[in-house]
Design a binder for this molecule. Sequence first.
Ligand code: CA
Length: 238
Amino acid sequence: MPETILVVEDEPSLQETLVYNLEKQGYTVEAVGDGRAALDSARRLKPDLIVLDIMLPELDGFEVTKILRREMTVPILMLTARDDEIDRVVGLEVGADDYLTKPFSMRELLARVKAQLRRTRLLRDEIEKTNSPDAAPPLETLSFNNLVIDQTRREVTLDGQVIPFKPQEYDLLLFFAQHKRQMLSREFILERVWGWEYVGDSRTVDVHVRWLRQKIEADPAAPVRIVTVRGGGYRFEG
Ligand code: CA
């Protein structure tokens, strides 16, 4: 069954271009032009992915994300136009899974869409496998003092409290945990965690590291778990 994508963009020509290109890839696409219609469509359609512009009539993309995040786990790819929007997406926990800065190429957009959908599919397969009667033995639990990663449940606890992690954040933390004390370059992390077809820049890694630090570091401004390595990378200290 083709995957369903909801496009939320109020600029008619861009909306049309997005729909045309996504449909050409074989996706089922529905498009709306304001935030309220986005909520209605998302609830009815239960799409596999939402491409969401931020500046929208009625409700903006931030509001839409905030509401949808309480209701569903659909991946959200945000389209940002202004620097102050990018700052909010990058710096705060707005709940987007990825973002693209306007203007962007269709090729880049399609690659990001594909990467997000692939991630969701892998996750779904993994859950199905875990729930099936002949499931493989439970995956290992990785512990680093008060930080515990339960690979079977894809759950992270800090001091015994479950910390909500988005799929990409979890994958990144797990990757760090599996490569403890190794210096990992941004490019290597991008390739291994996001996949080779991903055409993001290395700032994507920095953004996600910042989000991880806010969740697992006692003082995110002075990180001791995920440290920055001079010369271009990160190292997980445990
Ligand atoms: Ca707009």
